[in-house]
Each structure stands twice: as structure tokens, then as C-alpha cells.
Design a protein around this ligand. Structure first.
Ligand code: CA
Length: 235
């Protein structure tokens, strides 16, 4: 594989550890010490995946990723955050920080490579969808459609652009429509990581998704007490 990965990390030891680990899996790796340098590199050549440390000398990783998400060209760039344990994790997990995954320091190189591989696999699937999808592949339930080309929620005249995570969460619920899906199932299938019994991130994402969909659509995602969530068909 010749995927290009950018690593933005100011600590030299960690930066070089990641480089060695990923190069041993035949990824091409470029490293940057600041968010500013990383952003400039991404603007001139978009990599297949970027790994951002959160605490960086000037602009922090979360701010940098928010900037990338605002631009159409990089809205779907697969991104992993590196975080220190504790309050930084809350920041990444709790808010819709725009990353697809995160890894807490200290981490093992096997874990890192596994996360990178898994995220690349998922994002290549998305690219495939973008190239090959046609109307029939849209996800439909009642009068709600998920447009897989445009990553939009469509109901009547309403079209709402979703983030990759929102799209994945909503498609999982819709594909399992009318079934109560447990938090654990959603976390492992949408986030692909165990949050060690902590489902706050899921609840916050559902809350922000309902807000984004607006009052008239918020009721499509029902809370099932003690279990999780259920998408209800609405004709
Ligand atoms: Ca740092």
C-alpha cells in the first residue's frame, strides 16, 4: 500500500515513533511540528489520512481540524487525534471535534497501526460509494432518504449535510429501522472503538444530530430507556 499519511506532532520522540511504525507497514509518512505547517502541506497535497496531536505550540489540533472540516476538499479527510489522558480525551470525545478516531497517549504501535488501517479501510469504502453510487444505493426509510453521494439527510424539501460520523450513525439506525439498538452496538459499529462503558459521546452526538435535523425531524430518533436508540419510520 502506498497511502500517504501526515503526522502533526511537536514532540520529536513521538513523531519519529509514529513515522517508524507506519513506514514499517509501507505507508508513506510526512511529519510536521506545527498545525500551521500541517495545514499548509494539506492545502498543497491532500494525504490519505492525517494524525493530529492536540497540544501543539501555536494553533492546537482541534482548531486545525475544525478549519479542515469547513472546506469541501478536506471535509472527509480521515483524521485521528492523539490525546493525553484525562481532560483532553473529554474534549475530543465529548465535543463534535471533527476527528474520526482518537488514540490516547501512551499508545502502542500495534494499536496505532490497527486504527490507521481500520480508518483507511472505512474511508476507502466511502470513496467507492462516491464513485459508484447511484440513486438506488441511497438509504431510504419512509419519507426519509440518506443521499450517499452528497452525504445529506433528505426529507421533503429539507436537505441537511451531515458530517461523516453523523452520516454513519444515522445510516446505522436507519438500516436497522424500528429496532432498538443498544448503545454498545452503536459504539462498536459506528465508532469502531470501545469507550470502556462510557456512552456520553454517543448521547452527545445524538443530541447534536437531533438539533441539526431540526424540531420537525428530531423525533425520528427515539430514545429507548435503558437500551439506546431507535429510528422510527415516518410516512
Ligand atoms: Ca504536543
Amino acid at each position: 500500500m502506498d497511502n500517504l499519511i501526515y503526522v502533526i506532532e511537536d514532540e520529536e520522540n513521538i513523531r519519529e515513533l509514529i513515522r517508524l511504525a507506519l513506514e514499517s507497514y509501507s505507508y508513506k509518512v510526512e511529519t510536521f511540528e506545527t498545525a500551521e505547517d500541517g495545514l499548509a502541506a494539506i492545502n498543497s497535497k491532500i494525504p490519505d489520512l492525517a494524525i493530529f496531536d492536540i497540544m501543539l505550540p501555536k494553533m492546537d489540533g482541534v482548531t486545525a481540524v475544525k478549519l479542515l472540516r469547513k472546506k469541501l476538499r478536506t471535509a472527509n479527510l480521515p483524521i485521528i487525534f492523539l490525546t493525553a489522558k484525562g481532560s483532553e480525551i473529554d474534549k475530543v470525545v465529548g465535543l463534535d471535534s471533527g476527528a474520526d478516531d482518537y488514540i490516547a497517549k501512551p499508545f502502542g504501535v500495534l494499536e496505532l497501526s490497527a486504527r490507521v488501517r481500520s480508518l483507511l479501510r472505512r474511508s476507502h469504502k466511502n470513496v467507492f460509494y462516491e464513485d459508484e453510487a447511484n440513486e438506488e444505493e441511497n438509504i431510504v426509510a419512509g419519507n426519509v432518504t440518506l443521499d450517499v453521494n452528497k452525504r445529506e439527510f433528505v426529507r421533503g424539501k429539507t436537505r441537511i449535510l451531515l458530517t461523516p460520523k453523523e452520516f454513519n450513525l444515522l445510516s446505522y439506525l436507519i438500516l436497522n429501522k424500528e429496532k432498538a439498538i443498544s448503545r454498545e452496538e452503536l459504539l462498536s459499529n459506528v465508532w469502531h472503538v470501545d469507550f470502556i462503558g462510557d456512552s456520553r459521546t454517543l448521547d452527545m452526538h445524538v443530541r447534536s444530530l437531533r438539533q441539526k435535523l431540526g424540531a420537525e425531524n428530531a423525533g425520528l430518533i427515539k430514545t429507548v430507556r435503558g437500551i439506546g436508540y431507535r429510528f422510527v419510520i415516518d410516512d
